[in-house]
Write a protein that binds this ligand. Structure first.
Ligand SMILES: *[C@@H]1O[C@H](CO)[C@@H](O)[C@H](O)[C@H]1NC(C)=O
Ligand SMILES: *[C@@H]1O[C@H](CO)[C@@H](O)[C@H](O)[C@H]1NC(C)=O
Length: 391
């Protein structure tokens, strides 16, 4: 199942981090890749679901940076946009973008909002679940190589063959799988469910029974980054849906059961990443603790210049969640038609629409990722203490 892939990635990550640290304590990663191939959900969707399903995200989505709808579930840029920027590369084009001769020279983005690791069902918001995204990549690569063998005319739009080897493969998926009602689930069921997600993550391309990490490795992938999943129990929409009762909250107002599930998922993902690293010593597998970065931002938000850690900037209903109506949507409440609008100071909010973070939060998170301190193996020039690593 799809969970296998996540599990595999998790074990790859955790094994590799430790063995890297021990074998290579001064490892300095040059954050400079010629191309990025990205897989995930709305956290890194740069227009895939818009193109694929014909969904238009209207303003105020996009209001901060693009000043028009940018097909991102944010007021501005996503973490992936900041990371591309840090590498001096243009924003990543979505795989399904067909209009205006999009360039895939520096990579391709397969991430689609609402997507899960587990295969999509008729009820899913997104049909492009993880295994499909990986299949799309394999198709992408095969087509690129075929076109290049036929003509030189498309070279400026397509990555040269060696970019598939030198490029960065990024994964940020799992948050939508973990959106379930934990109150009705005993712990052993939660654990089994998480195992299933991770197994699917590893197995990925089900039709061919291919193990995703092995397949990508065989296809030449050598630089693999896995972002773990964030504290989704701190998202206003999750709190509104699964538990406004304060007895279910931790001292920061986040839903404990959901953050607990995220932590278990992350621990296992880390283990799987470490295991993968030990299996594929020629590859560099980096596991990044996004949970720790985001939780610190929420808990200590004022220290980083934010005022609202949980309440949505764009929404309706006011404190504590401002999430009675989803951003930009209109509903009739008490016989009156109301539209969920954006706050005037999104840079003071961590949460943009109750599910996705603001550009200001994404910018801060990107600086923390690039510090290397939250990654295993860490990639700063200094040797971080093993004790500081959060697993
Ligand atoms: C992996 O990282 C090490 C340094 O951390 C570097 O020397 C090596 O070239 C990298 N391997 C690949 C395949 O990029
Ligand atoms: C909040 O900041 C304090 C002081 O730096 C730190 O000790 C603590 O770990 C932070 N909280 C989180 C959740 O990271």
């Amino acid at each position: 199942m799809k969970m296998n892939l996540i599990i595999l990635l998790l074990s790859l990550l955790s094994c590799s981090i430790l063995s890297h640290l021990l074998a290579n304590p001064n490892s300095i990663v040059d954050f400079n890749f010629p191309a990025v191939f990205n897989f995930g959900d709305s956290n890194s969707d740069t227009g895939e679901i818009s193109a694929g399903l014909g969904v238009h995200l209207s303003l105020p989505y996009g209001c901060t940076y693009f000043h028009k709808s940018s097909s991102r579930t944010c007021d501005g840029r996503l973490v992936i946009d900041f990371l591309m920027d840090a590498m001096g590369l243009p924003f990543l084009n979505p795989y399904l973008n067909a209009i205006g001769a999009p360039s895939f020279r520096n990579g391709c983005n397969f991430a689609a909002s609402g997507c899960t690791v587990l295969p999509a069902t008729a009820q899913s918001n997104c049909p492009f679940s993880f295994g499909i995204q990986v299949s799309q990549f394999l198709q992408f690569k095969a087509e690129v190589l075929r076109l290049q063998s036929e003509t030189k005319e498309l070279d400026k739009y397509l990555p040269p063959e060696d970019y598939f080897n030198k490029g960065l493969y990024m994964f940020d998926i799992g948050q939508n799988d973990l959106r379930v009602d934990y109150d009705s689930m005993p712990l052993d069921q939660v654990l089994a469910f998480i195992q299933t997600i991770l197994a699917e993550f590893e197995a990925g391309i089900k039709a061919n029974r291919i193990l995703v990490p092995q397949k990508l490795y065989e296809e030449g992938a050598r630089n693999i980054w896995v972002h773990n999943t964030g504290p989704h129990g701190c998202l206003a929409q999750i709190i509104a849906k699964y538990g406004t009762d304060p007895s279910k909250h931790d001292e920061h107002g986040c839903l404990s059961s959901h953050n607990q599930a995220a932590k278990i998922f992350n621990l296992q993902l880390h283990e799987r990443c470490k295991k993968l690293q030990s299996q594929y010593s020629e590859a560099n597998i980096t596991y990044t603790n996004i949970f720790a970065i985001k939780f610190d931002l929420i808990v200590n938000c004022s220290r980083y210049g934010f005022k609202q850690p949980i309440m949505a900037c764009c929404g309706y209903g006011g404190p504590p969640l401002n999430n009675d109506i989803m951003c930009s949507q209109t509903k009739v409440l008490n016989g009156r038609s109301v539209t969920a609008k954006a706050c005037s100071n999104s840079a003071e909010y961590v949460s943009w629409d109750g599910v996705h973070l603001t550009e200001a939060a994404n910018r801060y998170i990107s600086t923390q990722i690039l510090s290397g301190k939250f990654s295993d193996p860490p990639f700063s020039s200094k040797m971080p203490s093993l004790l500081n690593l959060e697993f």
